[in-house]
Ligand binder design. Structure first.
Ligand code: NAP
Length: 251
């Protein structure tokens, strides 16, 4: 894909799942990628399987920790050159249940990690003072949202609300950062990862019946769209939300 080779990206939460597939795809396109995650061992293993220190660097930490963000941005610049591509992939859903029984502490954490942290990562990479230091090439951000943000999602409505907020931030940032930085989002439905396991209590085959394309998603289904949105192939696309759902919304 045009405009990716030789650039530096940060992909948050990329030791497994969708983030890992995105990092793998970007590396195949010639991008050098900084990946994050909380568990150091899993991150180190991912760096190895993604191709080693020539193309990938792991910076352990929590996505909503300001010091971790500063460290990751600095490490990227020092190791591969300033990052101009960002994928805000980390998302959490620690609680299930009705909104009327929601624990507000958990609600705040979900909003902090799923919506405010992506905003803060974008500020850390493209904020005032950083912009001048970055190379002349334009930047691109992709936020990993969810179809849960587009309607009610019984049992996971706190998560859905945080993703709806992320969708709105995507549009607001796209306008603020144009024309230098493009900001887009993708909204997957069910994708085969550890995160999705609790949502498939009756098994994958039963879950697949919800989708006209007769299967649930796999991480590569998401990674290819993310790579496209980061590349110059998408040079006139900003502020959009790409639903990737096997046709589920058609029903
Ligand atoms: N899978 C789905 O069906 C689905 C559908 C729609 C949207 N999504 C979204 O897709 C994104 C990725 O989900 P996934 O399914 O790939 O999840 P996953 O397989 O559980 O992977 C999550 C990754 O993020 C890291 N991580 C988790 N919490 C973190 C935190 N607070 N700070 C830093 N790293 C953290 C994990 O490593 P550690 O555990 O070591 O931190 C891991 O590398 C999320 O935003 C999710 O909301 C997923």
């Amino acid at each position: 894909m045009r405009g990716l080779s030789g650039r530096t990206a940060i992909v948050t939460g990329a030791s497994r799942g969708i983030g890992y597939a995105i990092a793998e795809r970007l590396i195949a396109e010639g991008v050098r990628v900084v990946i994050t995650g909380r568990k150091q061992d899993a991150l180190a293993e991912a760096v190895t399987t993604l191709g080693g220190p020539e193309v990938c660097l792991g910076v352990p930490g929590k996505a909503d920790d300001p010091d971790h963000r500063v460290e990751a941005v600095a490490a990227a610049a020092q190791t591969f050159g300033p990052a101009t591509l960002l994928v805000n992939n980390v998302g959490i859903n620690p609680v299930y249940g009705p909104l009327m029984a929601a624990d507000l502490g958990a609600a705040r954490k979900i909003v902090e990690v799923n919506a405010l942290a992506p905003l803060a990562w974008t500020q850390a990479l493209f904020g005032a003072g950083v912009t001048e230091a970055a190379p002349a090439e334009s930047g691109a951000v992709v936020n990993i949202s969810s179809t849960a943000g587009q309607g009610t999602a019984p049992g996971i409505d706190l998560y859905g609300a945080s993703k709806a907020m992320l969708d709105h931030l995507t549009r607001g940032l796209a306008l603020e950062l144009a024309p230098r930085v493009r900001v887009n989002a993708v909204a997957p439905a069910l994708v085969r990862t550890r995160f999705a396991a609790p949502l498939m209590s009756q098994g994958e085959e039963v879950a697949a019946t919800r989708y006209p394309l007769e299967r649930i998603g796999i991480p590569d289904d998401i990674a290819s769209t993310v790579a496209f949105l980061l590349s110059d192939e998408a040079a006139w696309i900003t502020g959009t939300l790409h639903t990737i759902d096997g046709g589920a919304r058609l029903r």
